[in-house]
Design a protein around this ligand. Structure first.
Ligand code: 5GP
Ligand code: ZN
Length: 123
């Protein structure tokens, strides 16, 4: 898509802080982080919203989601268990879809947000 910000980031015609890349996916730091760690995972192929995806896209969507715990581990926000077996730390994974969903950039993206709270409120 010619006029899509995240297609330009995927094509590297607009710079970003890339933290992961493969043939299908790119992950980079959000320019306006809501928390100590705020990453965005995108497919390199353009989908405007999650509603553009069908069952054929399930493997791609699965890969996007499965990347989150790996990124969490690499950025120090993975869920860990204390000596009582209680979970500590953690992160949020979020896809905003459409205006009522709070979506601002119309290229499908998964937010991975984590680190010690408080965090800025997200739309
Ligand atoms: P949405 O509200 O669409 O789910 O989230 C869009 C996200 O993209 C926001 O968190 C915003 O800060 C981020 N963003 C917008 N423009 C840019 C940009 O040029 N570079 C990067 N790295 N992030 C951006
Ligand atoms: Zn795009």
């Amino acid at each position: 898509m010619d006029n899509c910000l995240f297609c330009k980031i995927a094509a590297k015609t607009i710079p970003s802080s890339v933290v992961y890349e493969d043939e299908e996916l790119l992950a980079f730091k959000d320019i306006n982080p809501a928390a100590p760690v705020h990453l965005l995972v995108i497919p390199k192929k353009h989908y405007s919203t999650l509603s553009d995806c069908g069952s054929d896209d399930a493997p791609l969507l699965g890969r996007m989601l499965a990347l989150a715990p790996r990124l969490a581990e690499e950025h120090g926000v993975s869920v860990v268990y204390d000596t009582d077996g209680q979970p500590t730390r953690g992160y949020k994974t979020l896809i905003n879809s459409g205006p009522d969903g709070g979506q601002e950039v119309y290229h499908l993206h998964l937010h991975m947000v984590g680190g010690p709270r408080p965090w800025r409120a997200m739309r």
